[in-house]
Design a protein around this ligand. Structure first.
Ligand SMILES: Cc1ncc(COP(=O)(O)O)c(C=O)c1O
Length: 442
């Protein structure tokens, strides 16, 4: 066998890469050929410190033995079992393990294969729930400006990132959006939850008044908005959303695709903020990013509302060929074991003060106009180059990659979300490298 770790494909044309500047990439390819713990290995043999847990998903670090072993064993024992009208033990075991660590009002789990599918599933559960409860007029879905809920039609409809929406027609009808919570004039360089903007939740009251509560099924938000460039919810904001939803019989959906599995120092953001949604959307860290899988959590009240009619009838006409795939379940169980054995679901709480201090120490770097953080999440907003928005941050990304550090950028914002196993010394290394990048005239 050839030495695959050093091999480079010689034709990159066929693969149309997702969310990628394809032409730039193919002129100057960046390939990872290996990974272990906090580092990637590039095709040219360099080590790159993972400042983003892959895409916010590799929470336990790379190539962790319990996960790798679990996948290996499962692949040799039971590769696939039909997901409809049949089952296998690990799907049930995993659901119970997930409920054990979930907010205490969560009672049941539906499986998907990605965050985007989890979002679609949650929106469909919400609409169908209102209908089985005799509230079929509740068909509207409310999202938020700058929200990211994946790339499928429901998700981009309730999402609020214009580049992800504008090409795709009229999307779902009957969707409205709350304003986003980014208020740099008042909150720049906030540490943790910003002081100003809790009252923006009251915009939901205005939307309810406009449409009438009897037409609204659900509100969906990310507890911490990630993909738009990290927007931390202002103090009291999420509780106010919860109160307004409860008052009007509207379901509250938390999209915890990035905040789930320890990112804030609690298993889920719901527990960090002590605000309970009715439906919780997860993916990514569920399997440590290793196998595609998502899970949607619902309350007993929602689940039980469907359990009626003749017992031989399917209660909810929804599911995927790969819902609860055995190998994905094994990967998720291996991930939960790793998180448990290494206390990773709470580790971010211990690291957060040091992380915050080091992150905010970059405040004096050129072109930094805001820094924000929560748990093991950080963002650095850069002043855009005149007439060339996004270029400064993209330059930072390229420079960091060449200097052995993986960061993620959206617009002119650098987002950081390292694996939860990061050490203090690696936090130092990450911010030393980033300072050098920012001090280059990018
Ligand atoms: C909050 C949120 N929801 C949904 C998604 C979509 O997940 P996926 O890319 O697995 O479809 C993401 C991905 O980043 C996300 O951050």
């Amino acid at each position: 066998m050839s030495n695959r770790l050093n091999s480079t494909p010689n034709d990159l044309r066929a693969f149309w890469m997702p969310f990628t500047a394809n032409r730039q990439y193919k002129k100057e390819p960046r390939l990872f050929v290996g990974a272990k713990d906090m580092h990637y290995t590039t095709h040219d043999g360099r080590q790159v410190l993972d400042g983003t847990a892959g895409l916010w998903c590799v929470n336990a670090g790379h190539c962790r033995p319990l996960i790798t072993e679990a996948i290996r064993e499962q692949a040799g024992e039971l590769d696939y079992a039909p997901a409809f009208q049949l089952g296998h033990p690990k799907a049930f075991e995993l659901a119970n393990r997930l409920i054990d660590i979930a907010p205490d009002n969560m009672a049941h789990v539906l499986y998907t294969n990605s965050g985007s599918e989890s979002v679609e599933t949650a929106l469909k559960v919400a609409l169908a729930y209102q209908r089985v409860k005799g509230q079929g007029s509740r068909t509207r879905l409310i999202g938020r400006e700058r929200g990211y809920h994946g790339v499928n039609f429901g998700g981009i409809s309730v999402g609020g990132i214009v580049t992800n929406r504008k090409m795709f027609g009229t999307l779902l009808t009957g969707v409205d959006h709350m304003p986003h919570t980014h208020q740099p004039a008042k909150n720049a360089f906030s540490k943790g939850t910003p002081e100003h903007g809790g009252d923006l939740a009251d915009e939901l009251e205005r939307i309810v008044t406009l449409h009438d509560a009897s037409t609204i099924a659900a509100v969906i938000v990310e507890p911490v908005a990630g993909s738009t460039g990290v927007l931390i919810p202002p103090k009291s904001y999420l509780q106010r959303l919860r109160d307004i939803c409860t008052k009007h019989g509207i379901l509250l959906i938390f999209d915890e695709v990035i905040t789930g599995f320890g990112r804030l120092g609690t298993p889920f953001a719901s527990q960090y903020f002590d605000v309970k949604p009715d439906i919780m959307v997860t993916a990514k860290g569920l399997t440590n990013g290793v196998i595609p899988m998502g899970a949607v959590f619902v309350t007993a009240e929602i689940h039980d509302a469907f359990m009626q009619g003749p017992e031989h009838m399917i209660e909810f006409f929804h599911g995927y060929t790969y819902s609860g795939n055995p190998i994905a379940c094994a990967a998720a169980l291996g991930s939960l074991d790793t998180y448990r054995d290494e206390n990773l679901l709470t580790r971010a709480a211990e690291l957060a003060p040091y992380w915050e201090e080091k992150l905010h120490s970059l405040r004096d770097c050129p072109n930094v106009i805001d820094i924000r953080n929560l748990g093991l999440i950080g963002a650095i907003e850069l002043k855009p180059i005149d007439g060339e928005p996004t270029k400064r941050a993209f330059n930072a990304f390229l420079n960091a990659y060449n200097d052995g550090l993986l960061i993620r950028t959206t617009g002119d914002i650098i987002a950081l979300s390292p694996p939860l196993i990061i050490t203090h010394a690696q936090i130092d290394e990450l911010f030393d490298k980033l300072r050098k990048v920012l001090e280059k005239n990018i």
